[in-house]
Design a protein around this ligand. Structure first.
Ligand SMILES: Cc1ncc(COP(=O)(O)O)c(C=O)c1O
Length: 410
């Protein structure tokens, strides 16, 4: 491999076993999209997604109409959940369900968890978790008279087992953290943190928004109790696509989620007088599942299964490693710093760069067809989704950023 960075991109692309997958994505003209570096915010659509959605509308919705519910739709939240569990989450069947948004599922699961440990009065979380996670827990704490115990995390790093060990005790009902920190890209050691929390008797919940479809997850093996995540980032489910929830089998008869709707009832169509939860994971459902919005996820799971999550992770590490090299060699001279972990074992799927005034670069970057992600106050997140991004594309995007930095100097 050469040290010439553009040439290195060409070498890496030539050696990339996943390179062919890029052709499966809908690709706008280069004038509109030169370099998409925001797979960690919204994944790109597949050509197959457009075909599947069209076929669903014409054949299933248009053709079968209400009969579709009896012919399979009612099972989709569970069957698709099982598929996602097997392809990307290391979850055996019967523990994963698709529906609602991540926010709503955090509420359902966390409320169920704290009620199941009602003798315990605290919930542990960290100051740099994604806002929705923090806000939902603030609401639950107010509802249930619980105290939130905050771990101060470094925004350029993330949560460690030692930090968790310092605060959990026999009063902790639940801990909630993100597997990959949305800001820094820090990859938490779920298994080690679970061991610490479980030793104190607490339940563990993980937000997998930034890892599902990018970083291999082993929910069963790591002893995770509850997990949630979205499907619109690395799972390419589309804007506002339904989220997923995982509830460990052994807890399913114990935990009761609070939004008791007819679809989570033991016998939805009996329309009976009182609520009786379904057995198993179905009890996490509330209202009518968003069937149409689940169609894109199917197309993506077909692709992810074929590519294999291990190969996706291997390419992701090469991509983020390449971003780090470009940042060090090309951008550091302009005052750009890497604000996240460098070690591969602690790196999620994106790299965060920081520099005062980065906000002003966003518009000219977009005008040039380069789309990274901006996070206040001064962070640019570079999130190259492995199945849709080439090394040359990363190189082109950061070339434009370097040119803008040089221009701003003059
Ligand atoms: C870690 C994390 N949790 C939750 C969310 C969003 O939740 P929702 O899909 O309910 O908007 C995001 C969105 O980017 C996120 O990054």
């Amino acid at each position: 491999m050469t040290d010439d960075l553009p040439a290195r991109a060409a070498d890496l692309d030539a050696a990339d076993p996943l390179a062919g997958y890029r052709e499966r994505f809908i690709t706008p003209p280069a004038a509109e999209l030169l370099s998409y570096l925001d797979g960690n915010s919204l994944g790109r659509p597949l050509e197959a997604t457009a075909r599947l959605v069209d076929a669903f509308i014409r054949e299933q919705w248009g053709g079968r109409l209400i009969r579709g519910w009896d012919e399979g739709w009612l099972e989709w939240p569970l069957t698709l959940g099982d598929r996602l569990g097997s392809v990307a989450l290391g979850a055996a069947p019967g523990q994963t369900v698709i529906g609602d948004s991540t926010t709503v599922l955090i509420y359902k699961l966390a409320r169920a968890a704290v009620d199941a440990r009602s003798g315990r009065r605290t919930v542990v979380l960290d100051t740099d978790n994604f806002p929705t996670d923090r806000y939902v827990l603030e609401g639950i704490a107010a509802e249930r008279g619980l105290r939130l115990v905050w771990i101060e995390t470094d925004p350029a790093a993330g949560i460690t087992p030692e930090q968790v060990a310092d605060v959990v005790d026999d009063d902790t009902a639940l801990v909630l953290f993100s597997h990959v920190a949305y800001r820094s890209g820090w990859l938490a050691d779920i298994a080690a943190i679970n061991r610490v929390a479980h030793a104190a008797g607490a339940l563990t919940m993980w937000d997998l928004c930034h890892s599902a479809g990018s970083v291999p997850v082993e929910l069963d093996e790591w002893g995770v109790d509850l997990a949630v995540g979205c499907t619109y980032k690395y799972l390419n489910g589309g804007p506002g696509a339904p989220a997923f929830a995982y509830l460990r089998r052994e807890l399913q008869s114990e935990l009761r989620q609070p939004i008791q709707g007819w679809m989570g009832h033991r016998a939805a169509f009996e329309m009976g007088p009182g609520y009786e939860p379904a057995t198993g994971i179905r009890a996490l459902l509330s209202g009518t599942p968003p069937i149409l919005a689940m169609v894109p996820l199917q197309a993506n799971l077909d692709m992810l299964e074929m590519a294999g999550i291990a190969a996706v992770r291997a390419k992701s590490l090469l991509l983020t490693g390449y971003v780090l090299d470009l940042a060090d060699e090309w951008l550091a001279p302009y005052g750009v710093a890497v604000a996240g972990p460098r070690e591969p074992s602690r790196r999620g799927g994106h790299v965060t760069l920081r520099r005062d005034g980065f906000k002003e670069f966003l518009e000219p970057l977009w005008d040039s067809g380069v789309i990274p992600d901006y996070r206040r106050p001064d962070g640019l997140r570079i999130g190259p989704a492995p199945l849709s991004t080439s090394f040359a594309e990363v190189c082109q995007g950061l070339t434009v950023l370097r040119e803008l930095l040089e221009k701003s100097r003059r």
